[in-house]
Design a protein around this ligand. Structure first.
Ligand SMILES: N[C@@H](CCC(=O)N[C@@H](CS)C(=O)NCC(=O)O)C(=O)O
Length: 235
């Protein structure tokens, strides 16, 4: 059976299957594609081939990176989710995916690791699987490295009101593209919905009450979409 290596699950009140949107993306894809899998908890991503999670172990074949994982799953088990997509929709899906994974991602990191109210929740919840004595040291080191990523991405150089503005522009763009459809491209999910759900839920379902979350909750098609995917695949 496919093994999905990911961070240990967050507490129930986080309302998401993983702290990491990339891990959620792969798990959502596996569910949408109806591929059986089991989860393996990994505490230290530095031991992974690319130093990051998620990774899958598919019968001994180790595949890191959510994008390459989905490519592998498509070629090994067929591509029923995306088979009917037009070239135009594939290109559009690709652009949306990149916007969320390579841009909105750093804004989510900012609100969880740098913004103090978010950090106080991350600090108390993300490190629970670590043995007590090493916890304070590790969490400070990890925070430092996450904040460095936010700064180096350029997001952390903006004042807070601009971070909200920049993040909301992404979410509003998704809302306009989604309109009132069930999934991004119609009645049935595609692999792009795995990314969309993972990043939107990571923003609005978790208890980090960021200004971006509060503003996004005003977009009714986004909140309905997140609820719909969650009810269908993670009930
Ligand atoms: N491009 C990768 C990104 C994965 C990623 O950034 N994972 C983060 C968690 S959200 C991670 O493992 N970070 C650990 C680190 O950078 O030390 C993918 O699509 O899987």
């Amino acid at each position: 059976m496919i093994k999905l290596l990911q961070f240990p699950r967050p507490p129930r009140e986080w309302n998401v299957s993983n702290f990491s949107a990339f891990c959620m993306k792969v798990e959502t894809y596996l569910k949408m594609a109806e591929l059986p899998y089991e989860v393996v908890d990994v505490i230290d991503p530095r031991k992974m081939p690319k130093g990051k999670l998620p990774v899958i172990d598919d019968g001994g074949k180790i595949v890191p990176d959510s994008g390459f994982i989905i490519e592998h799953l498509k070629s090994a088990y067929g591509d029923k989710l995306d088979a009917k997509l037009s070239e135009h929709d594939r290109a559009l899906g690709h652009s949306v995916r990149r916007m969320l994974e390579e841009h909105l991602y750093f804004i989510l990191l900012y609100y969880r690791w740098e913004w103090e109210p978010g950090w106080s929740l991350t600090k108390d919840n993300f490190f629970k699987a670590l043995p007590g004595p090493v916890r304070p040291l590790v969490r400070n080191l990890v925070r430092k490295s996450q904040v460095k990523k936010v700064e180096e991405s350029g997001i952390g150089r903006h004042p807070q009101e601009d971070i909200l503005k920049i993040g909301y522009a992404d979410v509003e763009c998704v809302s306009r593209l989604l309109e009132d459809r069930t999934f991004l491209f119609g009645q049935e999910p595609t692999s792009f919905d795995a990314t969309l759900y993972a990043f939107l839920a990571s923003l609005i379902s978790v208890p980090v009450e960021s200004p971006l979350k509060l503003k996004t909750l005003g977009l009714s098609n986004i909140t309905a979409y997140v609820k719909r995917v969650r009810d269908r695949y993670f009930a």
